[in-house]
Structures are given as structure tokens and as C-alpha cells.
Write a protein that binds this ligand. Structure first.
Ligand SMILES: [Cu+2]
Length: 701
């Protein structure tokens, strides 16, 4: 491990009276075996630790950081939220060459904004493996006086290899539901009453499927690299600044401090009007700085609970007996209305938040009245707590900039409507239904004010991040709309952001859920006049065309059957087979092309033998379409002139028990029951027109 820190004054600048310094760091990126969640795992670490060491500098400093990549694979480092020249942004191929295996790279840029930021790898899934650390850039003169401060980096940890995680998600979006205990089986739906049944029927009718709050089942959530981390001492009466960073690959956290409300003083590095909150939702890749005070001479828990309720990380502030943060019930997925992730907590105490709002001082009202009318419409759409303590802050409505963030009225405006699209089943995520490798760049011109209307058409949250710029979040605060670099777009909701196109070349814009990004939810935003990102650059950058291979093998008393398939975001090759144990068989190799979320076309052949020894080999083409209630319709035309039509579907009856059925116009049918012994081994029983009844084991590879 090598960490060097050199600070010296840059002499020539002294002539101007500015104390600009050169701040140098030298950090190794290497493999290291760590044990974060019960077993040793080969991780990728920067500067010897997860998270990587905090890099500190002051506004105006020249920061020079050299990374030595000691690994056998190329990697990269991106400066998240930091305004840097395009060639220093670190996105491999697009902005900066990757840091090749066993080579070094030096970044150098001037610190243009103070605040809390972070750095991480932008290559593959390295970030999930440990390549992330914090950045603290201080103003020349501190405007916010505190007695102490601590950096708290929250993250998520899996003992699996991240590429196995992605492969599992590609196999079936619900792969981790059992582990997370978020399976939405019908027995549970019914137990949750008529509203849950209505929600479920409606989501099946609209072909959305059950909603979930996260994709991955994690082994641990970490605060500064530990499940329980001691921040250090603090005394009652002291103002303690916590610089909180959500460096998780795909987990949102709800953060609560056992010692009382936290006062937000900045978000994504930019100072804001102070706002007190009891609980704060922090999306992936956001940062929040808060001030807390200890009520007593004890130790207080700062708890970050993953939004899906599957676990939490603990940071402890102060010394002595530990005062725990309150435990909240897990969000009830069954009672969430589509599009408005309303959780159990709210359903249980529907008025809790409202009362606080009603009691709040009206001080802010006058300012609101004085605001320019541009923001009025947005304002009307947003319930707006002004001042007071917000019970659970999950959106940005209450964030207010210190001063106007409006752009000059004279600048030309340009708007892009970007639909966040995707599909949990195939686990393909996209923007306007195209993955990064399929899409054109988003073109902008220098001098424009560019507005992105982000319309989330999916049931998941997407933390959207723009490189190289801060954008205004049109949150109803008019001229005081806050500036951010990362924004959560909730399920089925719309958020509008706008930014001043004051840079050059090419910048990445993407979902910061690592697995969504790797599956295609990303774009390159290019300045028309100076862009250098041609198709070949985007192809190198895009990871959404990778292939994944899978197999299901069933050994049953009445038949041997199975399926092997290889798929990427649009193409799939699959071979399906059934053998009885004697002389009857059917083998079906097909190529499937996905056209849209609900439509596939395919071509292939069927090779069949019957017990009487007769054989039939035919070619075929067909379409598969998902109908309301998530029933798959299949229409095929065979080379012998036959036309077949079939229907199939499945229902999860209980947590581990699934029922499936299929039927076709040849009067063939099969019904099956599957019981999951584990994520990969199942017991299957089936009864069908061809092979009749039997049972056995199904193994998933
Ligand atoms: Cu996403």
C-alpha cells in the first residue's frame, strides 16, 4: 500500500495573492482479500482500504492524483460530481483512456467547487468490488462553523462476484426475491386484503408484474466499510458535520440519527438553506451534508437502512452506551399503489407527515409569493414543507438553494424528453427503449439551457447522474431550485432538470444503479461542435451487448427435459428438449429477436419422434406476445403449413411454490408445480397430454 500526500504552494500564483496549492496523492489499485460479510472475498481496493482514503483539497487547489493499477485488468477512476475538464472525467474511452493493467495514470485538475463528493471506478462492475472513496473539498473560508466533522461512506456488499450478480439478474429479475424475502406470492397478496389484490391484478393487467424496491440481495450494508463503524468522539452541544455519501452500487438508504433530527446543509456538494429532517432518503450516488448534535454524553447510532428494508449499516457517533435509532417496519410491497411508492409507514399513520406540515411556520409563504411565475405550475404539483422538521424526506420538494439558480432568460432553450424504460424480466434497462449501444448521442449546443424531462416508465427507482454539470431540479422552489448532479426518479414518476451547456465535448448521463447502467440505461451527451464520441467510442463504452448463458435441466420420472440459452439485450439462442425415457423426443432450437418489451419474433426448427417410430422435422417462424395478466401468446407457422397457437403463464402461489400452465391449439397441454429448495434447485411435478404425470428435480445453471 502506498499513499503519499504532498502539499506545497504553487509559487507563481502567489503573485496574485491567491494561496493556490498543489495537492498530490498517489494511490495503488490492487486486489486484496477482505471479509466484510462472513467470508473472505477477493476485492479491488484503492489505497489499501474499502472505502478508499478520503482525498482532501481546497477550492482553487490543483489536485494531482496518480493511480497505479496493480491488477490484471484495466480500470478507471471517475470524479463523481466534480467539475473537471472532459479529458479528466475518467469515463473510459469516452473521456479518458482506461488505466491499463499494471500501468499508472495521473489526473490533474483545479478544484472549482467546494463540497462533499466521491470517486469510483467507471469500468465494468469494479465499483461493487470496492473501488470507491470520498472527496472533501473545502472552501477557502469556511462559511459553516462546526466543532467536528466526519465522512460517512455508505455502501452495499455482496460476497458473490458482481458479474454473477448481473448474470443472476439477467436470468430472472426476481432471482434475489427469496433471499430478500420480497416474493410477492398470491397467498401473501390475499393475506394483505382487497387493496393488495386490486393492486396486484392491476399491475398484472398492465403487464408490469409485481413491484420491488431493489434488484440485488446483498450480504451486508456498510458504513465506512464496516457493518458497524465507530465514527469517533463528539460532545453534547457540539455541532458535528456528517458528510454522507451513498457509494452503494444499487441500494438507496433511509438514514436516521438516534440523537434527533439532522439538519441538511448541503446536497451533492452544494450548500443549501438548512432543513431539518428526521429521516432522509439518500439515492445511489448522492451526497448529503448534515449537522447533528448529541443530546447527551452517550454514543448515538446513525443508521442507514436499505430502502427495501433488508438490512442496515450503523455508524456510531460519540462514546459510551449506544442509543439505537428507531426501527421501522419493512415497506409493504403489497400495499404500494402503482407509481406512488406509498409505504406501510404512511399507510399506518396516514396523517403523521401532514400534521407536521400543518404546524409548520408560514415564514416561507411570502417568499413563495414573490417567486417568478415560471415555477408556479411545478409548485402546485408538489406538497411543500417549508421550515419545520420533515418526518421522512423522500423527494427534493423541500430543498432550497441559498440564492437564485436561474439561468439567463436570453439563452436558447432545448428540451429532451427521456423516458426511463426497461424490463425486470429480461433485465434490460434503457432510455426511450434503446440501450446505450443502440442509441444515438443526445446532442446539445454550448450556450443553451438544456432541459431533460425524465419520465420513469418502470416500477423501479432510477438515480440519474449527469457528468460534468450541475443541473437545477425543478422541485417547485422556483428561482431557488437546488443544484444537483444526481437525482432519484421514482417508479412511474416524472422529474424535470435543466442545466447550462457551458462545457465542451462529451459527457456521460446514466442511471447510477450499477446493474441498470451495465444493462443499457445510459446516454452520451455531446456538444455538437466539439464532440469526439463516434459510434466506435460508444461501442467500447457500452456494456449492454454482453452475452450471458444459462441452463435449466430437469430429471423427472416421466421425462428428461431442459433448456439452454444464451442471450444479450436483444438476441437469444435457445434449445429446448423433452425426452421420455424410451423413444419419444422433441428438440427445438430457435433464435429469438426481441422487438419490444412485450414482443419477440423467432425462427427455428422442431425435431420430433413419436413412440411409433415416426419422425417429423420442420422449420418454423413465430411471434410471442405478452398479453394482459402476463399471459404469453405464441403463434407459429411451420414449413409443413401447420399453424399453431398457444398460451402459457405462471402464478406464484406461495413464497417457494409456483404453478405454471400451457395449452395449444393441437390440444396439447401441461400443468406444473415447482417448489424452490434453493435459488438453484427445485422440485418439479407436472402433468401433460404428451408425457402424463411425473415428478423430479430441476436444477438451474
Ligand atoms: Cu436505474
Amino acid at each position: 500500500m502506498r499513499i503519499f500526500l504532498v502539499v506545497f504552494l504553487l509559487q507563481p500564483l502567489l503573485a496574485f495573492g491567491a494561496e493556490a496549492a498543489v495537492v498530490e496523492y498517489e494511490l495503488d489499485i490492487e486486489y486484496q482479500t477482505v471479509n466484510k460479510a462472513g467470508r473472505p472475498v477477493r476485492a479491488m481496493v484503492v489505497g489499501g482500504s474499502i472505502p478508499a482514503p478520503t482525498i482532501e483539497a481546497t477550492l482553487g487547489d490543483l489536485l494531482r492524483v496518480t493511480f497505479h493499477n496493480k491488477m490484471d485488468v484495466e480500470t478507471s477512476i471517475h470524479w463523481h460530481g466534480v467539475l473537471v475538464p472532459p479529458q479528466q472525467d475518467g469515463v473510459p474511452y469516452l473521456n479518458t483512456l482506461p488505466i491499463a493493467a499494471h500501468s499508472s495514470f495521473t489526473f490533474e485538475f483545479t478544484i472549482r467547487t467546494a463540497g462533499t463528493y466521491w470517486y469510483h471506478s467507471h469500468t465494468g462492475l469494479h465499483e461493487q468490488r470496492g473501488v470507491y472513496g470520498s472527496l472533501v473539498f473545502r472552501p477557502k473560508v469556511e462559511t459553516i462553523q462546526v466543532d467536528r466533522e466526519y465522512v460517512v461512506v455508505f455502501s452495499d456488499w455482496t460476497n458473490e462476484r458482481p458479474k454473477d450478480v448481473l448474470r443472476h439478474l439477467k436470468r430472472e429479475g426476481e432471482y434475489y426475491a427469496l433471499q430478500k424475502d420480497s416474493v410477492q406470492s398470491w397467498d401473501r397478496v390475499i393475506a394483505n386484503g382487497s387493496r393488495a389484490v386490486r393492486n396486484r391484478l392491476r399491475s398484472a393487467w398492465t403487464r408490469m408484474g409485481p413491484m420491488d424496491l431493489s434488484d440485488v440481495g446483498y450480504d451486508a450494508f456498510l458504513a465506512n466499510g464496516e457493518q458497524v463503524h465507530r465514527l469517533g468522539p463528539a460532545q453534547p452541544g457540539e455541532r458535528v458535520r456528517l458528510r454522507m455519501i451513498n457509494a452503494a452500487a444499487s441500494s438507496y438508504f433511509d438514514i436516521e440519527f438516534a440523537g434527533g433530527p439532522m439538519t441538511i446543509i448541503s446536497a451533492d456538494g452544494i450548500d443549501l438553506q438548512p432543513q431539518a429532517v428526521k429521516r432522509l432518503r439518500i439515492a445511489v450516488a448522492e451526497t448529503y451534508d448534515v449537522i447533528v448534535e448529541l443530546p447527551d454524553n452517550l454514543a448515538y447510532e446513525l443508521r442507514a437502512t436499505s430502502m427495501d428494508g433488508t438490512g442496515y449499516a450503523t455508524a456510531i457517533l460519540g462514546e459510551g452506551e449506544i442509543v439505537r435509532a428507531p426501527v421501522h417496519p419493512r415497506p409493504n410491497l403489497f400495499l404500494m399503489d402503482m407509481g406512488m411508492a406509498m409505504d406501510m409507514e404512511m399507510a399506518d399513520q396516514p396523517m403523521a407527515g401532514m400534521k407536521e406540515m400543518a404546524e409548520m411556520p408560514t415564514a416561507g409563504m411570502k417568499e413563495m409569493a414573490e417567486m417568478p411565475t415560471a415555477g408556479i405550475k411545478e409548485m402546485a404539483e408538489m406538497p411543500m414543507p417549508l421550515g419545520g422538521v420533515i418526518g421522512h424526506m423522500k423527494d427534493y420538494g423541500a430543498l432550497r438553494a441559498l440564492e437564485s439558480t436561474e439561468y439567463g432568460a436570453a439563452a436558447p432553450r432545448r428540451q429532451h424528453v427521456l423516458e426511463l424504460t426497461g424490463n425486470m424480466d429480461r433485465y434490460v434497462w434503457s432510455i426511450n427503449n434503446r440501450t446505450l449501444s443502440e442509441a444515438d448521442r443526445i446532442l446539445i449546443r454550448r450556450g443553451e439551457v438544456v432541459r431533460f424531462v425524465l419520465v420513469n416508465k418502470t416500477m423501479m427507482n432510477h438515480p440519474m447522474h449527469l457528468h460534468g454539470h450541475f443541473f437545477r431540479v425543478l422541485n417547485g422552489q422556483g428561482a431557488l431550485s437546488p443544484l444537483k448532479h444526481t437525482i432519484d426518479v421514482g417508479p412511474m414518476s416524472t422529474v424535470t432538470i435543466e442545466f447550462e451547456a457551458n462545457e465542451e465535448r462529451d459527457w456521460f448521463f446514466h442511471c447510477h444503479n450499477l446493474y441498470h447502467m451495465a444493462s443499457g440505461m445510459a446516454r452520451v451527451v455531446s456538444y455538437e461542435a466539439s464532440s469526439q464520441a463516434d459510434k466506435s467510442v460508444i461501442r467500447k463504452l457500452a456494456e449492454d451487448r454482453h452475452w450471458f448463458a444459462f441452463a435449466d435441466l430437469a430429471v423427472m420420472s416421466h421425462q428428461l427435459s431442459g433448456r439452454v440459452w444464451a442471450a444479450n439485450s436483444r438476441h437469444r439462442f435457445e434449445v429446448e428438449w423433452d425426452f421420455d425415457w424410451r423413444d419419444e423426443y422433441e428438440i427445438e432450437p430457435v433464435y429469438v429477436r426481441n422487438l419490444s418489451r412485450w414482443l419477440d419474433v423467432y425462427a427455428g426448427g422442431t425435431f420430433e419422434a413419436d413412440e411409433d417410430g415416426s419422425r417429423e422435422n420442420v422449420g418454423m417462424i413465430g411471434v410471442r406476445y405478452i398479453l394482459p395478466m402476463l399471459i404469453t401468446a405464441d403463434l407459429r407457422l411451420e414449413t409443413n403449413g401447420d399453424v399453431h397457437f398457444g398460451l402459457s403463464s405462471e402464478l406464484r402461489l406461495q413464497k417457494r411454490l409456483k404453478f405454471d400452465w400451457e395449452w395449444n391449439t393441437d390440444e396439447e397441454y401441461e400443468i406444473g408445480l415447482e417448489y424452490e429448495l434453493s435459488k438453484t434447485v427445485l422440485i418439479r411435478a407436472s402433468f401433460g397430454s404428451e408425457y402424463e404425470a411425473g415428478a423430479g428435480l430441476l436444477v438451474k445453471f
